[in-house]
Write a protein that binds this ligand. Structure first.
Ligand SMILES: NC(=O)c1ccc[n+]([C@@H]2O[C@H](COP(=O)([O-])OP(=O)(O)OC[C@H]3O[C@@H](n4cnc5c(N)ncnc54)[C@H](OP(=O)(O)O)[C@@H]3O)[C@@H](O)[C@H]2O)c1
Length: 219
């Protein structure tokens, strides 16, 4: 499958790019800077080649990445996610768009969830997407560092939500190709605030229990 990552040069994107490349997907790394995207793509190609893995990774501006794929991940910090989606809006038609975006701030000694007036980052992003795009909320609770260690098996649950079952099915399949992630469907996109809100809790636990990198597992 062709998968694009807006802000694909960043932390959460790294593990997704490497792990999906490893299982044969074609990856389009988007960036505000074509040069930066191409440089990061070259680094990931080299990293995989060292392990004898052939891959298909391209670097390009965000708008070109958005148009290149069936699945587009918004791997952009919360403050800039809506503006980036607005910027690439004309490149989006009927893709599956995935938001891992978590709005949060540090106040004093802890991080807190700071949802926009719509109730969640997912609902805010949904407002600026073209009608034919199907939005799935996922990956908020994955630690970027462990995700990027591609030989590590991740014994975590990925809770997803969205209003289109077929789109959620595609995201479930792509996610479960990364060992040993298990996808749990939490229902409609409206439920995204509950998944997003877990992330500052996890970050606060990580700060206090170093070197642990917690995620989520339902038992
Ligand atoms: N890091 C994690 O562990 C983690 C886990 C779960 C979910 N998330 C969510 O995933 C999203 C990305 O997180 P991240 O940690 O990967 O972020 P990041 O590494 O800080 O940034 C990702 C990319 O965003 C782009 N960017 C930065 N400032 C921008 C701006 N003003 N306008 C447009 N693009 C900009 C940059 O790409 P270019 O400079 O190449 O344009 C950057 O490489 C966030 O919404 C976060 O809440 C993160």
């Amino acid at each position: 499958m062709r998968i694009s990552l807006l802000g694909g040069t960043g932390d959460i994107a790294e593990g997704l790019v490497l792990r999906w490349s490893k299982v044969g997907h074609e990856i389009f790394i988007g960036s505000r800077s074509e040069e930066k995207a191409k440089g990061i793509a070259a680094q990931y190609i080299e990293k995989l080649a060292e392990r004898g893995i052939k891959c298909n990774i391209h670097g390009m501006p965000n708008a070109d990445a958005a148009t290149a794929s069936e699945v587009v991940i918004i791997s952009i910090p919360a403050e800039y996610a809506v503006a980036t989606v607005e910027y690439v809006r004309d490149s989006l038609t009927d893709q599956i768009v995935v938001t891992p975006v978590v709005p949060m701030v540090k106040k004093g000694k802890a991080f807190y969830y700071t949802p926009p007036s719509q109730g969640s980052a997912a609902l805010e992003i949904k407002e600026v997407l073209p009608e034919g795009v199907r939005l799935v909320s996922a990956y908020h609770n994955l630690p970027a560092k462990e995700l990027s260690e591609i030989d590590l098996e991740l014994d975590y649950d990925v809770v997803i939500c969205g209003d289109d079952d077929e789109a959620k099915g595609v995201v479930k399949k792509l996610t479960e190709e990364m060992p040993n992630l298990r996808v749990l469907d939490a229902g409609p996109l409206d439920a995204s605030s509950m998944i997003e809100a877990l992330t500052p809790l996890i970050v606060n636990l990580n700060v206090r229990h170093k070197p642990q990198h917690f995620s989520v597992k339902f038992v």
